[in-house]
Design a protein around this ligand. Structure first.
Ligand SMILES: Cc1cc2nc3c(=O)[nH]c(=O)nc-3n(C[C@H](O)[C@H](O)[C@H](O)COP(=O)(O)OP(=O)(O)OC[C@H]3O[C@@H](n4cnc5c(N)ncnc54)[C@H](O)[C@@H]3O)c2cc1C
Length: 384
């Protein structure tokens, strides 16, 4: 399908979401299942390839349009976390891949024949402190031999490809701690037969995160993305897009909570009148609305700068923090508005409340964003 305008994208995504209503997401959440049908329909309809250029079979649209897709998914009560990475992980291949890698993978990703929606960075002892990763890829004749462990790697079981970050030089042997790290594009199915073990983690949301164990896993030479020992750059380049996209998801969540809370406040009768008549109930909802709408402007600004190929690090980080804070606050207010019924699975507030909480922590915590703003924007002294 040819997608022409953001408005048209929103309307079409909303139509798909309507087919997968609250009961669909509630049942998946209960059974910890992956929304395969929803993700397939989103892929087949071309909504997850909006950032892939037309020459590789994608829609070749901008981040503004990609944001509209994720925002609309969240706004309709669905879980965008199930498919958001399909949009941005491929950016590393697009920007840093060889001609052969792009020709081999991007058209298949665009067509939905291959899924690249797994991004393996975090380890048990290095989440925030990314350069401290210990997973090591040792150079051998045929490529590299990988040993180590990753944790919290989402959607591995529902992806064909994974971008893996590993050390290729020990941290003690490099000048800058960001040096000596490489990025690899891994075929997950092959890797499972060659030393990769995948073990699901039980968590508070239905996010399909796993632990990965690499035991002498051999990867071929053509797996390298970007320059050897310079893989930190490969992932850093994609991080602004990731932050802006996650922020748009938060805007959708926030608007979802506000709509739910408003409807409930209008209909719930206590002491013979609607609870929404009490300013103690309406002011928190109104405040959340103001916060979400102002965060949305920041997301739009960051996405516009990104699409214009301008620097957008501060804007992307600020947008992510403001949007995540606003959606988390809106979730809390929706829980409050629903009273005891907020705890009932039937109303979906507690599910979305759990889901939106993730964005306080991942893919980057708000402390680390504040640290970035303090040190890189305001030029305050480094703290670590
Ligand atoms: C559901 C889920 C899905 C995820 N999916 C993925 C994935 O697909 N791929 C992937 O690679 N990772 C994934 N992650 C990992 C996520 O990115 C990390 O959990 C996150 O970066 C935080 O790392 P950590 O848990 O090790 O926290 P830590 O680094 O141990 O930090 C703990 C706390 O201390 C704070 N802190 C640490 N250092 C400082 C400092 N210098 N100043 C101030 N505060 C500080 C942090 O803000 C945080 O609140 C996922 C996590 C979750 C929960």
């Amino acid at each position: 399908m040819k997608l022409n305008s953001t408005k048209q994208i929103r309307e079409s995504v909303a139509l798909i979401c309507k087919k997968y209503g609250d009961t669909y997401w509630r049942a998946l959440d209960k059974e910890k299942k992956y929304p395969s049908e929803f993700v397939k329909e989103m892929t087949d309809s071309g909504f997850l390839n909006v950032l892939i250029p037309e020459e590789f079979g994608g829609s070749g649209l901008g981040l503004i349009d990609a944001c509209a897709v994720l925002e609309e998914i969240s706004l309709n009560g669905a879980h965008a976390g199930a498919c958001h990475a399909q949009m941005y992980v491929m950016g590393s291949v697009l920007r840093h891949g060889t001609k052969e890698q792009k020709a081999k993978f991007l058209p298949k990703i665009s067509a939905g024949k291959l899924r690249l929606q797994s991004f393996a960075v975090t380890e048990p002892n290095s989440g925030t402190d990314t350069t401290n990763i210990k997973t090591f890829a040792e150079k051998i004749n045929s490529g590299w031999k990988v040993n180590g462990q990753k944790v919290w790697i989402s959607r591995v079981e529902y992806s064909d490809l994974m971008l893996l970050l590993a050390r290729t030089l020990p941290i003690e042997k490099v000048k800058k701690k960001t040096d000596g790290i490489s990025a690899f594009l891994i075929n997950i199915h092959d890797a499972k037969n060659r030393g990769l073990t995948v073990s699901p983690i039980e968590s508070m949301i239905n996010h399909h995160s796993c632990q990965l164990f690499f035991d002498d896993m051999v990867i071929p030479k053509e797996s390298l993305v970007g320059k050897e020992h310079d893989g930190f750059k490969v992932i850093m380049d994609g991080m602004n897009a990731e932050r802006i996209l996650i922020a748009s998801e938060c805007i959708g969540d926030g608007r979802y909570f506000i709509k739910k809370a408003t409807d409930y406040a209008n209909s719930r009768q206590v002491f013979g009148r609607s609870i929404g008549q009490n300013q103690g109930v309406q002011f928190p909802i109104a405040e959340c609305h103001a916060k979400i709408e102002s965060a949305a402007l920041m997301v739009e600004k960051a996405a516009s700068l990104f699409d214009a190929n301008e620097k957008c690090g501060p804007e992307a980080n600020i947008a992510k923090m403001l949007a995540a804070d606003a959606s988390w606050k809106a979730g809390t207010v929706a829980m409050e508005t629903f009273g005891g019924f907020g705890f009932s699975k039937e109303f979906d507030i507690e599910r979305k409340f759990r889901e939106t909480r993730l964005y306080q922590t991942a893919p980057v915590s708000r402390n680390l964003i504040l640290s970035y703003i303090a040190e890189h924007v305001l030029k305050l002294p480094r703290s670590y």
